[in-house]
Design a protein around this ligand. Structure first.
Ligand SMILES: Nc1ncnc2c1ncn2[C@@H]1O[C@H](COP(=O)(O)OP(=O)(O)O)[C@@H](O)[C@H]1O
Ligand SMILES: [Mg+2]
Length: 250
């Protein structure tokens, strides 16, 4: 199994907030999985643990046979190189160009002096430009990100994630800041990338309709627990368990 979580727990505020409470599931390589659930269910916490931004309190997280939860230092960075992430708020450098934002993804792989000097080299620049072309932004390489639309920003963020040639793409509410038409275009792009690059995608979504349409499988979280794990055509009864006690299903 490509990604495996076993009894993963994460609390905040000295244990008073249980964001994740014994989460277990496994994802096969190449699957498109959406994590659904009401606000506060633990979706973002899950992605933050998976990208190594935070550590779980208990349990195991395994990526391609390697324990992510135990990795430190260079071993953690090696695992993180296999991950790309995109976020609801894009997390781009707004003043920098689209190309520069994509190139920034290469910084952790560069030695300190060239990294400091921003000397990315011809090959990296060509690669970044090709990725921006791939996401439909061939004419925006030099545009400062703050001049781009929301959909274009998310395209830059996707190109930046791909620059790391990730095996697993993590997406936290990638279309929540976009209008429905643009959001659908971004979902179509993610699906196309998944197909052509053979990526595994784990996405959080509060948009149930989009999650159902684009995913192979849904995982429903409620108060930090998995209450549904199954096909994308989730039965209404299961939805009640996912959204019960939280905000209403969209
Ligand atoms: N850094 C934090 N400090 C304290 N509590 C947090 C923190 N991050 C998340 N939480 C809490 O953990 C729970 C899960 O949050 P989150 O993972 O953001 O849920 P979701 O993304 O599904 O809305 C919520 O109760 C939230 O308030
Ligand atoms: Mg969230």
């Amino acid at each position: 199994m490509f990604l495996r979580l076993q009894d993963v727990c994460k609390s905040y505020n000295g244990g008073s907030v249980r964001a994740l409470d014994g989460v277990s599931f496994a994802v096969a390589e190449g699957q498109f999985v959406s994590v659904i659930g009401p606000s506060g269910a633990g979706k973002t916490t899950l992605v933050r643990l998976l990208c190594g931004a935070e550590r779980c309190d208990a349990g195991q997280i395994e990526l391609d046979g390697v324990r992510l939860d135990q990795a430190r230092g260079g071993a953690l960075r090696a695992l993180q190189r296999r991950l790309g992430s995109i976020w609801q708020d894009f997390a781009l450098v707004e003043q920098a160009s689209a190309l520069q934002n994509v190139l920034n993804a290469a910084l952790p792989d560069m030695s300190p002096l060239p990294a400091l000097a921003g000397a990315f080299g011809r090959q990296r620049r060509d690669e970044a430009a090709a990725l921006l072309d791939r996401v439909g932004l061939a004419d925006k390489l030099d545009a400062p990100v703050h001049q781009l639309s929301g959909g274009q920003k998310q395209r830059v963020a996707i190109a930046r994630a791909l620059m790391r040639r990730p095996a697993l793409l993590l997406a936290d509410e990638p279309v929540a800041s976009l209008d429905p038409v643009t959001g659908r275009q971004i979902m179509e792009l993610l699906q196309d990338i998944r197909r052509t690059e053979g990526l595994t995608v784990l996405m959080n979504s509060h948009d149930l309709a989009l999650a159902k349409e684009f995913s192979d499988r849904l995982i429903g979280l409620n108060t930090g627990r998995v209450v549904y794990d199954g096909p994308a055509d989730v039965p209404d009864q299961a939805l009640a368990a996912v959204y019960g006690g939280g905000e209403a299903a969209p």
